[in-house]
Ligand binder design. Structure first.
Ligand SMILES: Cc1cc2nc3c(=O)[nH]c(=O)nc-3n(C[C@H](O)[C@H](O)[C@H](O)COP(=O)(O)OP(=O)(O)OC[C@H]3O[C@@H](n4cnc5c(N)ncnc54)[C@H](O)[C@@H]3O)c2cc1C
Ligand SMILES: *[C@@H]1O[C@H](CO)[C@@H](O)[C@H](O)[C@H]1NC(C)=O
Ligand SMILES: *[C@@H]1O[C@H](CO)[C@@H](O)[C@H](O)[C@H]1NC(C)=O
Length: 253
Protein backbone atom coordinates (compact mmCIF):
# COMPACT_ATOMS: atom_id res chain seq x y z
CA UNK A 1 0.00 0.00 0.00
CA UNK A 2 1.29 3.46 -0.82
CA UNK A 3 1.48 5.95 1.97
CA UNK A 4 1.16 9.63 2.42
CA UNK A 5 2.96 11.58 5.04
CA UNK A 6 1.65 14.37 7.16
CA UNK A 7 3.96 16.88 8.71
CA UNK A 8 3.34 17.98 12.20
CA UNK A 9 2.37 21.60 11.96
CA UNK A 10 3.59 22.70 15.33
CA UNK A 11 1.71 25.92 15.23
CA UNK A 12 -1.57 24.57 13.91
CA UNK A 13 -4.44 25.02 16.27
CA UNK A 14 -2.34 26.71 18.88
CA UNK A 15 -4.08 29.01 21.29
CA UNK A 16 -2.66 32.50 21.44
CA UNK A 17 -1.05 32.81 24.83
CA UNK A 18 -0.76 35.84 27.01
CA UNK A 19 2.32 37.81 25.96
CA UNK A 20 5.35 37.08 28.13
CA UNK A 21 7.42 39.95 29.45
CA UNK A 22 11.11 39.33 29.21
CA UNK A 23 13.29 41.96 30.79
CA UNK A 24 16.34 43.01 28.85
CA UNK A 25 18.83 42.00 31.51
CA UNK A 26 20.69 38.91 30.31
CA UNK A 27 20.44 37.01 33.60
CA UNK A 28 16.68 37.38 33.84
CA UNK A 29 15.59 36.50 30.33
CA UNK A 30 16.53 32.82 30.47
CA UNK A 31 15.02 32.38 33.90
CA UNK A 32 11.79 34.04 32.75
CA UNK A 33 11.59 31.85 29.67
CA UNK A 34 12.36 28.69 31.61
CA UNK A 35 9.76 29.50 34.27
CA UNK A 36 7.16 30.07 31.58
CA UNK A 37 8.02 26.71 29.98
CA UNK A 38 8.03 24.60 33.12
CA UNK A 39 11.84 24.44 33.43
CA UNK A 40 12.39 22.97 29.98
CA UNK A 41 15.00 25.54 28.92
CA UNK A 42 18.57 24.43 29.49
CA UNK A 43 22.06 25.65 28.79
CA UNK A 44 23.83 23.78 26.01
CA UNK A 45 26.57 21.28 26.71
CA UNK A 46 29.00 20.24 23.97
CA UNK A 47 29.07 16.48 23.29
CA UNK A 48 32.77 16.17 24.21
CA UNK A 49 32.68 18.40 27.30
CA UNK A 50 33.22 15.56 29.83
CA UNK A 51 36.62 14.88 28.24
CA UNK A 52 37.71 18.47 28.75
CA UNK A 53 36.51 18.37 32.38
CA UNK A 54 38.32 15.11 33.15
CA UNK A 55 40.01 13.13 30.37
CA UNK A 56 40.39 10.02 32.55
CA UNK A 57 36.80 9.90 33.85
CA UNK A 58 34.33 7.14 33.02
CA UNK A 59 32.05 9.72 31.42
CA UNK A 60 34.85 10.73 29.03
CA UNK A 61 35.57 7.07 28.18
CA UNK A 62 31.92 6.68 27.23
CA UNK A 63 32.02 9.81 25.04
CA UNK A 64 35.18 8.56 23.32
CA UNK A 65 33.48 5.25 22.61
CA UNK A 66 30.37 6.96 21.21
CA UNK A 67 32.18 9.78 19.44
CA UNK A 68 31.61 8.40 15.93
CA UNK A 69 28.15 7.04 16.79
CA UNK A 70 25.53 9.05 14.94
CA UNK A 71 22.64 7.74 16.99
CA UNK A 72 24.20 8.81 20.27
CA UNK A 73 24.92 12.27 18.86
CA UNK A 74 21.36 12.78 17.64
CA UNK A 75 20.04 11.94 21.11
CA UNK A 76 21.97 14.84 22.66
CA UNK A 77 20.89 18.45 22.27
CA UNK A 78 24.50 19.65 21.86
CA UNK A 79 25.50 16.83 19.48
CA UNK A 80 25.81 17.42 15.73
CA UNK A 81 26.63 14.90 13.00
CA UNK A 82 29.37 17.05 11.52
CA UNK A 83 31.86 18.39 14.05
CA UNK A 84 32.46 21.59 12.15
CA UNK A 85 28.94 22.72 13.03
CA UNK A 86 29.77 22.38 16.73
CA UNK A 87 32.80 24.64 16.27
CA UNK A 88 32.73 28.30 15.26
CA UNK A 89 34.69 28.80 12.06
CA UNK A 90 34.90 32.54 12.70
CA UNK A 91 36.50 32.47 16.16
CA UNK A 92 38.01 28.96 16.17
CA UNK A 93 36.14 28.15 19.40
CA UNK A 94 35.14 24.52 19.67
CA UNK A 95 34.98 21.49 21.95
CA UNK A 96 36.14 18.61 19.79
CA UNK A 97 38.03 15.34 20.07
CA UNK A 98 40.00 13.88 17.19
CA UNK A 99 37.23 12.29 15.11
CA UNK A 100 39.53 9.60 13.69
CA UNK A 101 41.10 8.75 17.06
CA UNK A 102 38.71 9.91 19.82
CA UNK A 103 40.99 8.55 22.56
CA UNK A 104 43.89 10.80 21.50
CA UNK A 105 44.45 12.97 24.58
CA UNK A 106 46.20 15.66 22.54
CA UNK A 107 42.75 16.99 21.58
CA UNK A 108 41.91 17.96 25.15
CA UNK A 109 45.42 18.96 26.27
CA UNK A 110 46.40 22.60 26.87
CA UNK A 111 46.07 25.05 25.16
CA UNK A 112 42.86 23.48 23.76
CA UNK A 113 39.73 24.45 25.65
CA UNK A 114 36.04 23.59 25.49
CA UNK A 115 33.71 26.28 24.13
CA UNK A 116 30.23 26.23 22.64
CA UNK A 117 31.40 27.43 19.23
CA UNK A 118 28.34 27.25 16.96
CA UNK A 119 26.21 25.20 19.36
CA UNK A 120 23.20 27.30 20.40
CA UNK A 121 23.54 28.84 23.88
CA UNK A 122 20.24 27.46 25.13
CA UNK A 123 17.78 24.78 24.09
CA UNK A 124 14.06 24.39 24.65
CA UNK A 125 12.99 20.77 25.05
CA UNK A 126 9.90 21.35 22.89
CA UNK A 127 6.76 19.47 23.93
CA UNK A 128 4.02 21.40 22.15
CA UNK A 129 2.85 24.48 20.24
CA UNK A 130 2.98 26.78 23.29
CA UNK A 131 6.76 26.25 23.51
CA UNK A 132 7.21 27.35 19.90
CA UNK A 133 5.04 30.44 20.40
CA UNK A 134 7.02 31.39 23.52
CA UNK A 135 10.29 30.97 21.62
CA UNK A 136 9.18 33.29 18.81
CA UNK A 137 7.98 35.90 21.30
CA UNK A 138 11.25 35.61 23.21
CA UNK A 139 13.30 36.00 20.04
CA UNK A 140 11.29 39.01 18.92
CA UNK A 141 11.68 40.75 22.27
CA UNK A 142 15.36 39.97 22.87
CA UNK A 143 16.75 39.82 19.32
CA UNK A 144 18.28 36.41 20.09
CA UNK A 145 18.05 34.31 16.92
CA UNK A 146 16.16 31.01 16.81
CA UNK A 147 17.19 27.75 15.19
CA UNK A 148 15.25 24.50 14.87
CA UNK A 149 17.18 21.37 15.74
CA UNK A 150 15.91 17.85 15.48
CA UNK A 151 18.84 15.52 14.74
CA UNK A 152 21.71 17.88 13.86
CA UNK A 153 22.23 16.18 10.50
CA UNK A 154 22.12 19.37 8.46
CA UNK A 155 25.05 19.55 6.06
CA UNK A 156 24.95 23.36 6.02
CA UNK A 157 24.86 23.85 9.78
CA UNK A 158 21.37 25.34 9.80
CA UNK A 159 20.37 23.46 12.95
CA UNK A 160 23.17 25.17 14.91
CA UNK A 161 24.05 28.83 15.32
CA UNK A 162 26.35 30.78 17.60
CA UNK A 163 24.50 32.69 20.31
CA UNK A 164 21.09 31.32 19.34
CA UNK A 165 18.16 29.69 21.10
CA UNK A 166 17.30 26.25 19.73
CA UNK A 167 13.89 24.66 19.46
CA UNK A 168 14.95 21.07 20.14
CA UNK A 169 12.21 18.88 18.68
CA UNK A 170 13.84 15.54 19.52
CA UNK A 171 11.24 14.46 22.09
CA UNK A 172 8.18 14.96 19.88
CA UNK A 173 7.93 11.24 19.19
CA UNK A 174 4.19 10.74 18.61
CA UNK A 175 3.33 8.76 15.50
CA UNK A 176 -0.03 7.46 14.35
CA UNK A 177 -1.68 5.94 11.29
CA UNK A 178 -5.07 6.79 9.83
CA UNK A 179 -6.31 4.66 6.92
CA UNK A 180 -8.78 7.39 5.96
CA UNK A 181 -7.09 10.72 6.67
CA UNK A 182 -8.77 13.88 5.34
CA UNK A 183 -6.30 16.72 4.85
CA UNK A 184 -7.04 20.41 5.29
CA UNK A 185 -9.28 21.70 2.50
CA UNK A 186 -9.88 18.23 1.07
CA UNK A 187 -12.84 15.90 0.94
CA UNK A 188 -11.05 12.75 -0.23
CA UNK A 189 -9.54 10.42 2.34
CA UNK A 190 -6.01 9.01 2.06
CA UNK A 191 -4.05 6.53 4.14
CA UNK A 192 -1.59 8.72 6.08
CA UNK A 193 0.89 8.78 8.93
CA UNK A 194 1.00 11.77 11.28
CA UNK A 195 4.46 12.06 12.83
CA UNK A 196 5.89 14.35 15.48
CA UNK A 197 8.83 16.56 14.55
CA UNK A 198 11.20 14.38 16.63
CA UNK A 199 10.50 11.06 14.88
CA UNK A 200 13.60 9.62 13.21
CA UNK A 201 13.61 7.13 10.34
CA UNK A 202 14.57 4.18 12.51
CA UNK A 203 11.28 4.78 14.37
CA UNK A 204 9.23 5.61 11.27
CA UNK A 205 10.39 2.48 9.42
CA UNK A 206 9.63 0.29 12.43
CA UNK A 207 6.18 1.85 12.65
CA UNK A 208 5.63 1.25 8.93
CA UNK A 209 6.68 -2.37 9.33
CA UNK A 210 4.25 -2.88 12.22
CA UNK A 211 1.42 -1.34 10.20
CA UNK A 212 2.25 -3.01 6.88
CA UNK A 213 2.67 0.28 5.06
CA UNK A 214 5.36 1.84 2.86
CA UNK A 215 7.04 5.19 3.49
CA UNK A 216 9.43 7.19 1.32
CA UNK A 217 12.50 7.50 3.55
CA UNK A 218 16.21 8.06 3.07
CA UNK A 219 19.29 5.95 3.54
CA UNK A 220 20.11 7.03 7.06
CA UNK A 221 18.25 5.67 10.08
CA UNK A 222 18.84 8.68 12.32
CA UNK A 223 17.72 11.45 9.94
CA UNK A 224 14.44 13.08 11.02
CA UNK A 225 11.21 12.15 9.26
CA UNK A 226 9.43 15.51 9.22
CA UNK A 227 12.13 18.21 9.29
CA UNK A 228 15.02 18.79 6.92
CA UNK A 229 14.46 15.60 4.93
CA UNK A 230 10.84 16.06 3.89
CA UNK A 231 10.95 19.85 3.72
CA UNK A 232 14.16 19.62 1.69
CA UNK A 233 12.54 17.21 -0.80
CA UNK A 234 13.48 13.84 0.64
CA UNK A 235 15.06 11.37 -1.77
CA UNK A 236 15.12 7.61 -1.19
CA UNK A 237 15.44 4.28 -2.97
CA UNK A 238 11.67 4.25 -3.59
CA UNK A 239 11.66 7.75 -5.17
CA UNK A 240 11.89 6.54 -8.80
CA UNK A 241 8.54 4.79 -8.18
CA UNK A 242 6.85 6.81 -5.43
CA UNK A 243 8.39 10.27 -5.82
CA UNK A 244 9.99 12.48 -3.20
CA UNK A 245 8.86 12.56 0.42
CA UNK A 246 7.67 16.16 -0.10
CA UNK A 247 5.36 14.95 -2.89
CA UNK A 248 3.51 12.94 -0.24
CA UNK A 249 3.14 15.55 2.50
CA UNK A 250 -0.41 16.56 3.42
CA UNK A 251 -1.57 19.55 5.50
CA UNK A 252 -3.09 18.75 8.88
CA UNK A 253 -6.80 19.58 9.15
C1 LIG B 1 24.40 10.18 6.73
C2 LIG B 1 23.34 10.95 5.99
C3 LIG B 1 22.57 10.31 5.00
C4 LIG B 1 21.55 11.01 4.31
N1 LIG B 1 20.82 10.37 3.36
C5 LIG B 1 19.84 11.03 2.69
C6 LIG B 1 19.02 10.39 1.71
O1 LIG B 1 19.14 9.19 1.45
N2 LIG B 1 18.08 11.12 1.07
C7 LIG B 1 17.90 12.46 1.35
O2 LIG B 1 17.02 13.07 0.73
N3 LIG B 1 18.65 13.10 2.27
C8 LIG B 1 19.62 12.42 2.95
N4 LIG B 1 20.37 13.08 3.87
C9 LIG B 1 20.20 14.52 4.04
C10 LIG B 1 19.19 14.85 5.10
O3 LIG B 1 17.88 14.58 4.62
C11 LIG B 1 19.32 16.36 5.46
O4 LIG B 1 20.57 16.58 6.05
C12 LIG B 1 18.20 16.85 6.33
O5 LIG B 1 18.23 18.28 6.31
C13 LIG B 1 18.30 16.35 7.77
O6 LIG B 1 17.16 16.78 8.46
P1 LIG B 1 17.02 16.63 10.05
O7 LIG B 1 15.71 17.27 10.39
O8 LIG B 1 17.27 15.20 10.43
O9 LIG B 1 18.29 17.45 10.58
P2 LIG B 1 18.45 18.80 11.41
O10 LIG B 1 19.91 19.14 11.32
O11 LIG B 1 17.88 18.67 12.77
O12 LIG B 1 17.59 19.84 10.60
C14 LIG B 1 17.86 20.11 9.21
C15 LIG B 1 17.20 21.41 8.79
O13 LIG B 1 15.78 21.33 8.92
C16 LIG B 1 15.30 22.27 9.87
N5 LIG B 1 14.25 21.59 10.65
C17 LIG B 1 14.33 20.38 11.28
N6 LIG B 1 13.15 20.07 11.84
C18 LIG B 1 12.30 21.11 11.57
C19 LIG B 1 10.92 21.39 11.86
N7 LIG B 1 10.17 20.52 12.56
N8 LIG B 1 10.38 22.55 11.44
C20 LIG B 1 11.13 23.44 10.73
N9 LIG B 1 12.43 23.23 10.42
C21 LIG B 1 13.00 22.08 10.82
C22 LIG B 1 16.51 22.68 10.69
O14 LIG B 1 16.38 23.97 11.21
C23 LIG B 1 17.62 22.62 9.66
O15 LIG B 1 17.59 23.78 8.84
C24 LIG B 1 21.35 12.38 4.60
C25 LIG B 1 22.10 13.01 5.61
C26 LIG B 1 23.08 12.32 6.29
C27 LIG B 1 23.85 13.02 7.35
C1 LIG C 1 0.17 -5.99 3.73
O1 LIG C 1 -0.23 -5.18 2.64
C2 LIG C 1 -0.25 -5.85 1.38
C3 LIG C 1 -0.51 -4.82 0.27
O2 LIG C 1 -1.64 -4.06 0.57
C4 LIG C 1 -1.28 -6.99 1.43
O3 LIG C 1 -1.27 -7.71 0.21
C5 LIG C 1 -0.94 -7.94 2.58
O4 LIG C 1 -1.95 -8.91 2.72
C6 LIG C 1 -0.79 -7.16 3.89
N1 LIG C 1 -0.29 -8.06 4.95
C7 LIG C 1 -0.76 -8.04 6.18
C8 LIG C 1 -0.12 -9.00 7.15
O5 LIG C 1 -1.67 -7.28 6.53
C1 LIG D 1 39.14 12.11 36.97
O1 LIG D 1 38.44 10.87 37.01
C2 LIG D 1 39.19 9.83 37.61
C3 LIG D 1 38.38 8.55 37.43
O2 LIG D 1 37.09 8.69 37.99
C4 LIG D 1 39.45 10.17 39.07
O3 LIG D 1 40.23 9.15 39.67
C5 LIG D 1 40.19 11.50 39.15
O4 LIG D 1 40.34 11.90 40.49
C6 LIG D 1 39.44 12.57 38.39
N1 LIG D 1 40.25 13.78 38.33
C7 LIG D 1 39.76 14.96 38.72
C8 LIG D 1 40.73 16.12 38.57
O5 LIG D 1 38.63 15.12 39.17
Amino acid sequence: MTMSLVLLALLAGAQAEEQAHFSNTPTDIWAALSTRLGGRVFKAKPFAEPCFTNATSAECASIQELYQNEKARTHQAGGYTWGQWEGCQDTGEQCLLDFAVPTDEAATASPNTCALGSIPDHFIDVRGPADVIAAYEFSKETGIPLVVKNTGHDFKGRSSGRGSLALWTHNLKDISYDAAFVAEGCSDAYPAVTAGAGVQFLEAFQFAEENNITLVGGSDATVGFAGGFTMGGGHGVLSPVLGLAADRALPLP
